[in-house]
Design a protein around this ligand. Structure first.
Ligand SMILES: Cc1cc2nc3c(=O)[nH]c(=O)nc-3n(C[C@H](O)[C@H](O)[C@H](O)COP(=O)(O)OP(=O)(O)OC[C@H]3O[C@@H](n4cnc5c(N)ncnc54)[C@H](O)[C@@H]3O)c2cc1C
Length: 365
């Protein structure tokens, strides 16, 4: 790891530690965003570390953004919206947006003052993106959006929403396009969105009409890599807490960490975590160098989610009854680790990908 990357890790960790797991757990319980942490990271230039310098970002790539994700999670403060706003939306807008869209959105995304969330999931489509039914229909110069999205994170915190909609049909199924309906300021938290003929101007189309499928797939690797980085960070956080507890807790004469039944699950999870971290480095490097990164991004996401679940589960077990006590704060990370097995892409779809593309087996779905 380079000196710059070590310095980046240390600087991000220092900010995140000032907030720490207690702050995160309180916010999770209150279901309030970690706005102060987001802003502190934005002020220091870490939220937009992957955004081009011309738009106020750090000019780095996914390698740097993944380090940010790992370090904040390792400090007990994993921020889910980094996957959405910083990874996928910023990537789509910088790569496929018009000059106008870049100027409008990237500086705020870089400084952390605005967020653009991402809406692809629908009740009747789920993992099968080509089945989405939200439509964008031309009406003169404008587009009219109709349909329902659900499980959309951070809508209450966002200035805008990047919406994947159907603009036609081709041999693969839907022809998809990306839209930014602007000035989305909602008074309350909302995760299910109903678009009932929402009209957006011509400037809301991001990239080429009908090319949304290809564009979205371009943005999914960053989401998978940053998701994996959050997983690795959560795992490191849980393992640090578990090892500390196992060194200190004595119920017979020696610390419980002396027993291999306690130490081996932690050691196994540690190995799996660091292997996942290596795969993240490879995936981010390939992505940043314009090389195919689908296989490595999927593998990194798979390995990191499994490592995070194993690490948090082992940490809860080591803590005994305290593992479930809010004072020890492990349960919020369990939920997030478990989520990472399902989203942004579920474990089974990754296994499908690897079976088909890495091993040349027949497509199963
Ligand atoms: C907390 C949270 C935040 C989220 N944030 C966002 C967001 O910001 N934006 C957004 O667009 N979406 C978001 N999502 C949605 C998330 O991306 C989806 O839940 C995920 O992609 C899986 O889709 P689904 O829930 O419809 O599962 P389904 O597609 O219904 O799949 C259910 C299960 O079936 C299995 N399965 C499905 N297909 C296959 C197959 N072909 N082969 C083998 N097994 C299969 C898998 O085990 C899968 O877990 C979020 C979800 C959650 C829970």
């Amino acid at each position: 790891m380079s000196t710059e990357h070590r310095a980046l890790r240390a600087a991000v960790a220092a900010i995140a530690k000032d907030f720490g797991p207690r702050y995160y757990a309180e916010r999770a319980a209150e279901r309030r965003p970690c706005a102060e942490l987001w802003q502190a990271l934005g002020d220091a230039g870490f939220i937009g570390v992957n955004i081009p310098e011309a738009y106020g970002g750090g000019g780095g790539g996914l390698t740097e953004l993944a380090l940010v994700c790992e370090e904040i999670a390792a400090a007990g403060t994993p921020l889910l919206l980094l996957l959405v706003s910083a990874a996928i939306s910023a990537k789509m807008i910088s790569e496929f947006g018009t000059d106008e869209q870049r100027k409008t959105w990237l500086p705020g995304l870089a400084s952390g003052t605005s967020k653009v969330v991402f809406a692809i999931t629908e009740p009747d489509a789920g993992s099968n993106t080509l089945r989405i039914s939200t439509t964008a229909v031309r009406d003169g110069e404008d587009w009219v959006l109709t349909g329902t999205k659900y499980y959309i994170s951070g809508v209450d915190e966002a200035e805008a929403l990047l919406v994947v909609a159907r603009t036609g049909q081709d041999e693969r199924g839907a022809r998809l396009s990306l839209f930014i309906p602007v000035d989305l300021l909602l008074p309350e938290r909302q995760f299910t969105l109903h678009f009932d003929g929402v009209r957006v101007g011509p400037g809301a189309l991001v990239g080429e009409e009908g090319e949304g499928f290809t564009q979205v797939f371009h943005g999914l690797n960053p989401e998978r890599i940053t998701g994996a980085a959050l997983g690795v960070g959560i795992a490191r956080y849980a393992l640090t807490a578990a090892a500390r507890y196992a060194r200190e807790r004595k119920v017979w004469s020696e610390p419980i960490g002396t027993h291999q039944g306690v130490s081996h699950p932690l050691a196994k999870a540690k190995i799996e975590t660091e292997l996942a971290a290596l795969m993240i480095r490879q995936a981010a490097w390939q992505h940043d160098h314009g090389l195919p990164a689908g296989e490595s991004s999927n593998m990194a996401k798979y390995a990191a989610a499994e490592a995070a679940i194993a690490a948090v589960d082992a940490a809860i077990q080591v803590h005994g009854g305290n593992g479930l006590a809010s004072e020890y704060g492990l349960i919020p990370y369990w939920g997030l680790a478990r989520l990472l097995r399902i989203a942004p892409v579920n474990r089974e779809m990754i296994l499908n990908f690897v079976a088909q593309h890495s091993l040349g087996l027949p497509r199963s779905y």
